[in-house]
Design a protein around this ligand. Structure first.
Ligand code: SAM
Ligand code: SF4
Length: 337
C-alpha cells in the first residue's frame, strides 16, 4: 500500500476495506488536442456554468485533505489551458495535510508554465507522449504539435521536478512500433515511462477500440528484445506495475485495465469537471458535489459528510469489456484520466 503522510485523524475507508487517500480532479473538459482514444473530433463540451469554479475546486480539495487524502492530481481535459489555473495550484499547494500535488498534462503549455507550477508546489508531472514522429503524433492527437510538447518536456526537465513520467497509450498499427523508441527516449532523459492500455470510455465514431487493442504483455515482450526488465514492487500510489531497466534511471510502468485487474488495491476517487465525485473509473457510481457546494455554500461539514457517505457506494471493481458497446458514456476528458 502507498505510504500516507496526512496526520488528519480521519480516514476515508470504503466498504471493501480500502483506504482512499488519492483524488484526481478534472479541472476542465476542454483541450487543445483531440486524441483519437479520448475525444471525438467534434466534441460538445460542458456549458461553462456547469463547470466547477476554481474556488469550488479548492474547497472540495480542502475537504478531502481534512478527511485523510494526501495526494491530489490535477488533470482534465488539458488542465493547463484553464484560465487562472495557476491560482488553483497555489491554493491546493498550500493545504497543510497534502503530501503530493501532481499533474497530468499533454505538455503543450509547459514551456511557459513549468516554473509557476513548481513554485506552486507541484512535485511530479505525467506528460502524455504517444509518438516521437511528428506526423504520427499529429494523426493520434489530430491537431497536436510534437515540437511544442518536446520543448515543454525539456523545460520541465530543466525546472527540476522530483519526477517526470511519460504516459503513452499504445494502439495497434498506429504507434505499437514505437515502444522501444519511447523507452529509449525516457532512458536518455532519465525519466520514467508508463504504457497504458486503451480504456473504453465514451463512443468515438471513427475509432474501433477492438481493432487497435495492444496488450501490456505484447508491449513487454517487444521491449524484452532490446532491454532487460526487472519486476519491482515499487509503487507511486497509482495503478502502474513497474519494471527497472538495469544501468538506467528509468522505470517502465504498465497500466493494464484489461489484462491485469488493479481494483483490489484501488486507493483513489475522481472528481469530474462538473463536480461529480466518481467512485470508480469504470462504473457510473457517483455523487454530485457541485450540488452541495452550491446549495450549502461555506458548509464544510455538509461537504465532508457527503464525501464520507460516498464511500458506501464505491464499487468493488471496474467491468471493462472491449467487445461490448461502452457502458461508460462519459469520455476520459470529462472523467480526468
Ligand atoms: N490532457 C492531459 C494528458 O493528455 O495527459 C490530461 C488528461 S488525459 C485524459 C490523461 C491521460 O488519460 C493521458 O495519459 C491519456 O493518454 C489518457 N487517456 C485518455 N483517454 C484514454 C482512454 N480511452 N484509455 C486510456 N487512456 C486514456
Ligand atoms: Fe486532450 Fe489529454 Fe484527451 Fe489528448 S488525452 S485529447 S491531450 S485530454
Amino acid at each position: 500500500m502507498p505510504q500516507t503522510a496526512n496526520s488528519s485523524a480521519e480516514r476515508l475507508i470504503d466498504r471493501h476495506g480500502r483506504t482512499v487517500n488519492y483524488v484526481r480532479i478534472s479541472v476542465t473538459d476542454r483541450c487543445d488536442f483531440r486524441c483519437v482514444y479520448c475525444m471525438s473530433e467534434d466534441m460538445e463540451f460542458v456549458p461553462r456554468a456547469q463547470l466547477l469554479t476554481l474556488e469550488e475546486i479548492a474547497t472540495i480539495a480542502r475537504a478531502f485533505t481534512e478527511l485523510g487524502v494526501d495526494k491530489i492530481r490535477i488533470t482534465g481535459g488539458e488542465p493547463l489551458i484553464r484560465r487562472n489555473v495557476i491560482k488553483l495550484f497555489r491554493d491546493i499547494g498550500e493545504l497543510s495535510a497534502l503530501r503530493e500535488l501532481v499533474l497530468s498534462t499533454n505538455g503543450s503549455q509547459l514551456a511557459h508554465m513549468a516554473m509557476d507550477l513548481k513554485q506552486a508546489g507541484v512535485k511530479r508531472i505525467n506528460i502524455s507522449l504517444d509518438s516521437l514522429n511528428a506526423d504520427k503524433f499529429r494523426r493520434i492527437t489530430r491537431v497536436g504539435d510534437l515540437n511544442k510538447v518536446m520543448t515543454g518536456i525539456e523545460t520541465a526537465l530543466q525546472t527540476g521536478f522530483e519526477r517526470i513520467k511519460i504516459n503513452a497509450v499504445i494502439l495497434k498499427n498506429r504507434n505499437h512500433d514505437e515502444v522501444t523508441g519511447l523507452v529509449q527516449y525516457a532512458i536518455d532523459k532519465g525519466i520514467d515511462i508508463s504504457f497504458i492500455e486503451e480504456m473504453p470510455l465514451g463512443m468515438i465514431g471513427d475509432h474501433d477500440r477492438t481493432e487497435v487493442y495492444y496488450s501490456s504483455d505484447e508491449i513487454r515482450s517487444d521491449l524484452e528484445k532490446s532491454y532487460t526488465l526487472i519486476a519491482t514492487t515499487e509503487s507511486t500510489g497509482g495503478p502502474s506495475k513497474y519494471f527497472r531497466i538495469p544501468g538506467t534511471n528509468t522505470r517502465v510502468g504498465f497500466i493494464s485495465p484489461h489484462s491485469h485487474n488493479f481494483c483490489d488495491t484501488c486507493n483513489r476517487v475522481r472528481i469530474t469537471c462538473e463536480g461529480r465525485l466518481l467512485l470508480c473509473l469504470g462504473q457510473e457510481h457517483s455523487v454530485d458535489l457541485r450540488h452541495v457546494v452550491r446549495g450549502w455554500p461555506g458548509d464544510m461539514e455538509k461537504l465532508k459528510q457527503t464525501i464520507r457517505d460516498s464511500m458506501l457506494i464505491k464499487p468493488k471493481g471496474h467491468e471493462f469489456d472491449l467487445d461490448a458497446r461502452p457502458v461508460i458514456l462519459r469520455h476520459m476528458n470529462v472523467t480526468g484520466g
